[in-house]
Design a protein around this ligand. Structure first.
Ligand code: BEZ
Length: 221
């Protein structure tokens, strides 16, 4: 099944959206981007996800990340559904702060490997899974996650991984389990101790482990 791998360039597809026809690379410009797919309009889990995404859209904006959703219905359906989403988001008087791609022919979902063969509509056609792509300013795929239709995503976790992606794109560090901005980060294994000492003026601490190997190296950025 076609799909995207980390490091692949995101296709410069054209699509109809709630803000008109777009070419994806032009939409992204030089920004980071996040594309998240939904099984269907007017479905319960999708509505809670989009309402959450709308509520915290300023957090994506602060990080310079352009948001765009995708669902396999028409622009007219998306526009009508958006009103429900904003009501659930408790901002009924405001427009959805990001566009939704209309993929009613499922062409993009096939191209991007987003379909879930186990989840079908009443006509037996597969629905889109809950796919997330985070795209860097170089248009390359930096993160991909794929949840089934029955499990909603955690958008705070998406902000957390974007913080990690943006930090690790700039510095030779990696972020450990449950890392949050401000926590210590880890020195990547390819750096020698001498290189680490010169790169990280706040110092590097090493956690002792039974093997005696000195690979758990932390620093504060
Ligand atoms: C939902 O968004 O609630 C949903 C959509 C398709 C299958 C299951 C749940």
């Amino acid at each position: 099944m076609p799909g995207l791998l980390l490091g692949d360039e995101i296709p410069n597809f054209e699509a109809d959206t709630t803000i008109g026809r777009i070419k994806f690379h032009d939409f992204l410009g030089n920004s980071w981007g996040i594309l998240f797919s939904h099984p269907r309009d007017f479905t319960p889990v999708c509505t809670t996800e989009l309402a959450c995404a709308a509520k915290i859209s300023n957090e994506f904006k602060k990080r310079g990340v352009k948001m765009i959703a995708l669902s396999i219905d028409s622009v007219a359906d998306h526009n009508s559904w958006s009103k429900d989403v904003m009501a659930v988001s408790k901002k009924a008087d405001t427009d959805l702060p990001f566009p939704i791609i209309a993929d009613d022919k499922r062409e993009l979902s096939v191209l991007l490997g987003m379909l879930d063969p186990d989840e079908k509509d009443k006509d037996g056609m597969p629905l889109t899974a809950r796919c997330v792509f985070v795209i860097g300013p170089d248009k390359k795929l930096k993160l991909s996650i794929l949840y089934p239709a029955t499990t909603g995503r955690n958008f705070d976790e998406l902000l957390r991984v974007i913080d990690s992606l943006q930090l690790t794109a700039q510095k030779k560090v990696a972020t450990p389990v449950d890392w949050k901005p401000g926590d210590k980060v880890m020195v990547i294994p390819s750096l020698s101790d001498a290189e680490a000492a010169s790169l990280f003026p706040n110092g590097v601490t090493t956690e002792e482990v039974p093997s005696g190997k000195k690979y758990l190296r932390y620093t504060q950025i």
